[in-house]
Design a protein around this ligand. Structure first.
Ligand code: ASP
Length: 345
């Protein structure tokens, strides 16, 4: 047989083998777990958000619809940590970031979006109605308005106004988290994501949610105002697919919260999903990702908070944080409650 014929024959056989392999592995390393929907989301605002998501998940709806509906509940809360009521940037403007990803690898994202109440829904429209993944700034706003989203008045909530006025007293900008800072009585140094409150809890500015629906499919969403008093134009991890959120329907899904810069530099959520693909449980994968940040940051890791929250195809969940105090909300057919994640420190 000529070399060329041998080559063609072996390419055909290996492509056939690959196809067969794909077929055999369809659904990924885990068997599809139908009939056991579950949703998890970051921080205590996650309880209400999960209840919103459950309206869809509990009636056999799609995880994608659930994660959009769920985080919209948090975006709606005017005195909360994300959405238009949140802390502004250092020039006094609230700028919002969000992203969403479904079970087919479709994803959409908006960054530096102003005066729009539901950035998560704009992110979904980017995913469904444009050939792009990400729109930012005035272009994202223009797209939102063209899609029928209302342009809200820029008006700080009372909490955010108070925190901003406090910060303005020094208006000192250091892109390092002061862990003693507080949102309401804050010392006012630098940006504030997430900061430690006087009771020892951590303040935060993000909700990330991942869910599996009754059909066994995964989706995720993440929405934030980002660090309070950030430099104008700054984007964190939350709108970046692979950093603040990643979904792989064969393996699992992950979302992140905390100092976005440190999540971006090691592709946090993607890393966690890949570690789960290698066989780690959600908690082990989140811990290994946190350890990677600690190796990169060294001593400086003491000054920051980053937390990962993950779900695998078996419906198992887990989390891990750098600092104590990261809590997440879980809802499935059996329970609806808060969990406290383990931490490095
Ligand atoms: N990850 C967000 C950011 O860096 C902040 C947060 O989670 O609180 O913008």
């Amino acid at each position: 047989m000529s070399n060329r014929r041998k080559f063609l024959r072996s390419s055909f056989l290996s492509s056939f083998g690959l196809l067969l392999g794909r077929k055999l592995h369809a659904g990924g390393p885990y068997p599809r777990l139908a009939g056991n929907p579950v949703v998890i989301s970051t921080w205590d605002t996650g309880l209400a958000a999960n209840a919103g998501a459950w309206k869809i998940l509990g009636s056999n709806g799609r995880a994608l619809d659930a994660v959009e509906t769920g985080v919209r509940v948090t975006e709606d809360e005017i005195n909360c940590c994300v959405g238009l009521g949140a802390n502004p940037d250092r020039d006094g403007f609230v700028t919002l970031d969000a992203c969403i990803m479904d079970e087919k690898g479709n994803c959409g994202s908006v960054g530096f979006l102003e005066r729009i109440k539901h950035p998560i829904s704009v992110a979904r429209r980017v995913m469904e109605k444009t050939p792009h993944v990400m729109l930012v700034g005035s272009g994202a706003q223009q797209f939102a308005v063209a899609e029928g989203f209302h342009l809200e008045e820029q008006k700080l909530s009372d909490d955010a106004k108070k925190a901003y006025e406090q910060w303005l007293k020094k208006s000192e900008y250091k892109p390092v988290i002061n862990i003693e800072n507080t949102r309401s009585g804050g010392a006012g140094h630098g940006p504030s994501a997430p900061t430690r409150l006087s009771n020892g809890d951590w303040n935060h500015d993000t909700i990330g949610m991942v869910a599996m629906d009754a059909a066994g499919d995964l989706s995720g969403s993440c929405t934030t105002s980002g660090m309070g008093f950030k430099m104008r134009g700054r984007l964190g991890d939350s709108p970046i697919i692979g950093a603040g959120l990643f979904v792989d329907n064969e393996v699992g899904a992950c979302t992140a919260t905390g100092q976005g810069e440190d999540v971006i530099r090691m592709c946090g959520s993607h890393t966690v999903v890949e570690l789960m693909r290698q066989g780690m449980s959600p908690e082990q994968a989140c811990k290994a990702a946190v350890e990677r940040i600690i190796r990169i940051k060294g001593e400086k890791a003491k000054e920051i908070q980053v937390a990962f929250l993950a779900l695998n195809k078996k419906g198992e969940t887990g989390a891990f944080a750098i600092q104590k105090g990261f809590s997440y909300a879980l809802k499935n057919n059996k329970e609806e409650r808060m969990y406290t994640a383990k931490s490095w420190y």
